[in-house]
Each structure stands twice: as structure tokens, then as C-alpha cells.
Design a protein around this ligand. Structure first.
Ligand code: SF4
Length: 350
């Protein structure tokens, strides 16, 4: 299959995806951060809408050149927890493996924007072997999360080598892939790629999707090819101002994903990446959105709202808790989906 041409920074204006007057702005951003989108994503953009939620995610903007005091080059502290190249070992029972730092599209809010799309983009065979040795040598590691960049950009043969190597490590239970490909370049999910994921161990795929318009028939077909191969599918979404900070948009996205057999897993609070302040909602706004979904849509459609604590202190749930102290005697208040409080008895003694 012939791959669709990637749209780079100098192609955006000729492709009609931005006004001609924005070329210089786009070029200035491209000097700082990687810029690319696929034909599939470009087809979703409405250039006549200055607030288009797809364009906001992929078309560079001068706002990215503004740095705030809160911004960080490594917002979730990958570097701090990297014992060998390509591995991040932040939690005892799991590691990230980052064999590639290229993506099919470059999200304007990316938390790894200081490294993705930049050189060196691929791990050497030797470095990858050392990274897999690290996993083999650490028996507490139960899960490997293959991420990047986007591991589905690897040639299926290379992907299969990684899966085979991990599949042979006895103490591993799960191999999990994080990818934007089924949404951004669904034609890439060909039989060879699906076959590359075959393993004795459980292989999970987590798809990154932020807006219901990304759930196209082609994306659905790509996801179906994976689910028909017996691969459980989850999703991750980044909460983004001007893209999906709206209860109706999130509801449509999460329902659409579940209807595609993809279980919404994480709703990420946007990280403090450089030049992304314009995308960030406050935590209170995120909690209001999550609370508004609670009780109104199926639990299947509700991901966990999480924040990666800046500096590498890990991911924590930040959704509002429905239970709060009611009396000094230990009774509780629990809030229903309409915001009404109900009394609940104190905890049993002892
Ligand atoms: S696909 Fe993921 S790693 Fe790649 S640019 Fe988007 S957020 Fe960053």
C-alpha cells in the first residue's frame, strides 16, 4: 500500500489548512517543535472555522512560542526515571519502552514535544537490546508500555521482534502499546501490523483520541482489525481547552469509543509542556466536567481523570470524590449524579 504523504509545515498553507498570512508563524513554530499531520487528519479540518478543534490540535500557532513560568521541558519527569536509554522506570511494576520518537502527527500540546520528531528518532538495535535486557533483569516489572513517539510507525518486522523479545520474558504479564496511528493514519493498521502484535502474553493497545470527529469510519475499521485479532483496546484523551473542554463533546467522544469497542481509560489533565498554556484548563474546570458526566453516561464511558504530578512523581486520579465527611461522628455525605447529597452511615468500628 502506498502511504499517504505527510503534510509538513510548508505544506499547510498550500493545502488550504491555514490562511497564507500564517506561513511565517507556522515556520517559526516549526523551528522549535516538530510539525506534521496526515492526510486523514487534514481531511477533518474545517479551515473556515477559526476555532476548529482538529486544527487546534495539529496546526501550529504563535501561542506555542509563549513560555510561562509553569512550563517545563520534561513535564512528567521521564528523564529522572530513565536508568538506560529508551526506558522510563517510574513505578515498580511497569516500565515505558520508547523505541521510536517519531509520530504520524505532532500534537501541538504534546508532553514530549522537546524530544519527539527530533534526532535521534530511533533507538539503535544495540540500545533496544540493552533496554530489553533491563526489563529481563528486573523481575518486579510486570508490564511494559511501548510508547514513544508512536511504536505503530515501526516496520511490522521490527515491531514483531520487540513483541517476541518481550513475550519471552517470564515475569512479564502485559505488553501495552500506546498509539495515535489508528486515528491519525488508520490505513497503516494493515494485517502485517496486526500480526506483529501476536503474543502469548496479553497485548493491549491504547488509542489516543481527543474529539468525536476523530472517530471516522476508517478509524473504526482500523480499531476493528485490532479487536478482531483479540486485542483489548483502551483509549486516552487529553483534556484540552478549545478542543474538548465541553461535556457534550466528551460524552460524544467516550460513547463513540465504547461503541467502537474501545474502553476509555484515562482523561489526562494537560501537562505543563512548554508553549502549551493556551490548551490547559484549570483542575476545577476539569472536575466540573467529570462531575457532570457522572451518573449521566454509562460507567463504561467514563475514564479516570488523572494528573501526572510535575517532576515525575507519578499519575494520580483527580476527579472529585463523591464521598465527604458529614459529621464528627464519622457519618458520610455521598453526592449523586445530580449533585444531591445523601447521608451514609459511619464506618464500622474496629
Ligand atoms: S502522538 Fe503522542 S507523543 Fe506524538 S506528538 Fe501526539 S501526544 Fe506527542
Amino acid at each position: 500500500m502506498v502511504r499517504a504523504r505527510t503534510i509538513g509545515p510548508d505544506d499547510i498553507v498550500p493545502a488550504g489548512l491555514a490562511e497564507p498570512g500564517r506561513l511565517e508563524e507556522i515556520r517559526r513554530v516549526a523551528e522549535e517543535f516538530a510539525v506534521a499531520l496526515t492526510a486523514d487528519v487534514a481531511a477533518l479540518i474545517d479551515p473556515a472555522d477559526p476555532a476548529d478543534p482538529i486544527a487546534a490540535q495539529f496546526i501550529p500557532s504563535a501561542a506555542e512560542l509563549l513560555t510561562t513560568p509553569d512550563d517545563r521541558p520534561d513535564p512528567i519527569g521521564d528523564e529522572r526515571w530513565s536508568p538506560v536509554p529508551g526506558i522510563v522506570h517510574r513505578y515498580a511494576d511497569r516500565v515505558l519502552l520508547k523505541p521510536i520518537l517519531l509520530c504520524p502527527v505532532y500534537c501541538r500540546f504534546c508532553f514530549r514535544r522537546e524530544v519527539v520528531g527530533k534526532s535521534p528518532a530511533m533507538m539503535t538495535r544495540e540500545a533496544l537490546a540493552s533496554a530489553i535486557d533491563y526489563v529481563r533483569d528486573h523481575s518486579a516489572v510486570w508490564e511494559v508500555i511501548v510508547t514513544g513517539g508512536d511504536p505503530f510507525l515501526l516496520a511490522p518486522r521490527r515491531l514483531a521482534e520487540i513483541v517476541r523479545a518481550l513475550d519471552q520474558i517470564p515475569h512479564l504479564g502485559v505488553i501495552r502499546f500506546h498509539t495515535r496511528v489508528p486515528i491519525a493514519d488508520p490505513g497503516r493498521v494493515e494485517p502485517a501490523l496486526v500480526e506483529a502484535l501476536a503474543a502469548e502474553k496479553a497485548v493491549y493497545v491504547v488509542v489516543h483520541a481527543n474529539h468525536p470527529r476523530e472517530l471516522t469510519p476508517s478509524a473504526r475499521a482500523a480499531v476493528t482489525r485490532l479487536s478482531r485479532a483479540g486485542i483489548p483496546l483502551l483509549s486516552q484523551t487529553v483534556l484540552l481547552r478549545g478542543v474538548n473542554d465541553d461535556a457534550a463533546v466528551l460524552e460524544a467522544l467516550f460513547r463513540g469509543l465504547v461503541a467502537m469497542r474501545v474502553k476509555p481509560y484515562y482523561l489526562h489533565h494537560a501537562d505543563l509542556a512548554r508553549g502549551t498554556a493556551h490548551f490547559r484548563t484549570g483542575i476545577a474546570a476539569g472536575q466540573r466536567l467529570v462531575r457532570s458526566l457522572r451518573g449521566h453516561i454509562s460507567g463504561l464511558c467514563q475514564p479516570t481523570y488523572v494528573l501526572d504530578i510535575p517532576g515525575g512523581y507519578g499519575k494520580v486520579p483527580i476527579a472529585p470524590c463523591a464521598a465527604s465527611a458529614r459529621t464528627e461522628a464519622g457519618e458520610w455525605n455521598v453526592e449523586d449524579g445530580d449533585g444531591v447529597q445523601h447521608a451514609y452511615p459511619a464506618d464500622p468500628q474496629g
